[in-house]
Write a new protein. Structure first.
Length: 475
């Protein structure tokens, strides 16, 4: 287990030092992690919670860390000695990994002494922002792929080893069943997959010889890359010869992979050639700069593709390089009571929601999710009474639910520094993510102009927010 205690921004340490000098280091602060709305993040798939928990439970400044910080000349002896004994002793509340979440919802909340809560901000955002971004991209790709196998191929294009390793984990949560990343496959229990490269074909005297050598080694899993030279005049004819041989010895060819060119046209032609040769069960696998938008285009062109390998555009988040998640103070505990805090801004989207909160998800009579309600933590909704929600920005836009059910999707995962829930296996998280997505109408998941999901504040939270705005601004 790596010690990531020093994975923080320098100003966290200067603030922590000041808390200690001011005598407020043990005051309990409540911090929310959420992301702000933008076109690319109409919804997200929460991911990274397991790594957050591993991180906070293993916080410990080493002697080397203390020596390094002492050498910076900015920290006194009392602070450095405090760091020697610092551990995470607070609570963490979160939505489950794989949950569909929306802008401004507290997907993770920390309640801890200020000196601890301040330290962990940077690492938590690093973990949650990255994995949630990649899980969301994977979910969109898998949604458009409509049940076809999607293999994550992104390791060589990821921004460093950690981005590749944990990006693979996030991609699995978002729906990818397998990966080319052997390290991540072993670490997280994901199915590893892969065939051969163009260099393998080029290393032999002929394409046919390369295919035969590979088929001899893997007769039961023979998927051949057919675009090293020419897909239709060379790759496919040679692959079919090899498949004929495999079939003659009682083996079942897996299929062909096309990594370049006009994938719609080439996949249709390859399918015709395979079927004409009697290899109707052989699959056509496509790769090469594919994402959900490319798949949608291929679908519209009647492409005959059975599975996809997705690399660069998945593992990098390509069209949305940052989730933009933030970590904001929403309350301080004083004399056993929560004093709500709120960031005021001239930009409406940067106003924060005060207090200690949780999320309720509201389901209609058809069991589809219809709205979320952000409420203060002491509020309860049992579905027994009509519930009216409204748009916090356009309050005349209202909807009343009468036949509905409600579920709180926020739960405590760490209490006083100790784990209080059992982290699920990776494919269990994947299944939960798929079931969470299935709760939403397709209108919320479409790529172009998705329907805006309703996220409301409870009346109590809305009034508290208005009170604080008046308090801070005096009007």
């Amino acid at each position: 287990m790596r010690n990531l205690t020093m994975l923080t921004d320098y100003y966290q340490l200067t603030m922590m030092n000041t808390y200690l000098r001011a005598g407020t280091e043990n005051k309990i602060g409540i911090f929310d992690v959420f992301f702000r709305g933008k076109a690319e993040t109409s919804y997200s798939i929460a991911a990274g919670l397991e790594q957050v928990i591993e991180y906070v439970r293993n916080i410990k400044f080493t002697d080397g860390d203390i020596e390094y910080l002492a050498a910076q000349g900015a920290f006194d002896g009392a602070f450095l000695e405090r760091l020697r004994t610092l551990r995470f002793t607070g609570d963490i509340y979160a939505v489950r990994e794989g949950t569909v979440v929306f802008p401004n919802e507290p997907i993770l909340t920390v309640a801890a002494p200020m000196i601890e809560a301040q330290l962990i901000e940077t690492a938590i955002l690093n973990i949650i922002n990255h994995q949630t971004l990649i899980a969301t991209k994977a979910a969109k790709i898998n949604y458009v792929a409509a049940g076809k196998d999607v293999v994550e191929f992104g390791l060589r294009r990821a921004q460093g080893p950690d981005a590749g390793i944990y990006g693979t984990r996030a991609a699995a949560i978002g729906g990818c069943m397998s990966t080319s990343n052997v390290y991540a496959a072993k670490k997280f229990g994901i199915i590893p997959k892969g065939t051969h490269a163009h260099s393998f074909v080029m290393s032999f005297d002929s394409e046919y010889e390369a295919f035969m050598k590979y088929a001899g080694m893997y007769p039961d899993k023979c998927l051949l890359l057919v675009d090293t030279y020419d897909v239709l005049s060379s790759g496919m004819p040679n692959a079919i010869k090899v498949f004929d041989y495999l079939k003659s010895i009682g083996k079942k060819p897996a299929g062909v992979r096309i990594d370049s060119g006009d994938l719609a046209y080439l996949s249709r032609a390859a399918r015709e050639m395979l079927d004409a040769a009697g290899h109707t069960e052989a699959t056509v696998f496509a790769s090469g700069d594919i994402d959900e938008n490319v798949i949608a285009s291929l679908n519209s062109q009647n492409a005959k593709i059975d599975a996809y390998g997705i690399g660069t555009k998945l593992i990098t988040g390509y069209d949305n390089p940052s989730l933009g998640g933030v970590y904001k103070l929403s309350g301080i505990v004083e004399d056993g009571k929560i004093v709500p805090k709120m960031k005021i801004s001239n930009s409406k989207e940067k106003l924060t929601n005060p207090g200690f909160k949780k999320i309720f998800r509201i389901y209609g009579a058809d069991k589809k999710a219809e709205a979320d309600l952000i409420a203060l933590y002491d509020e309860e909704i049992d579905g027994s009474k009509p519930l009216t929600i409204f748009n916090p920005d356009y309050t005349w836009q209202k909807k009343t639910f009468t036949d509905y059910t409600v579920k709180c999707i926020t739960e405590k995962v760490v209490e006083k520094g100790e784990l209080v829930y059992k982290p699920p296996k990776i494919y269990d998280i994947r299944e939960y993510a798929l079931s969470s997505l299935a709760e939403f109408d397709d209108a919320y998941k479409r790529l172009q102009n998705p329907h805006i999901y309703k996220v409301d504040l409870s009346d109590k939270l809305y009034e508290l927010k208005k009170e604080l705005i008046v308090k801070y601004l005096g009007n």
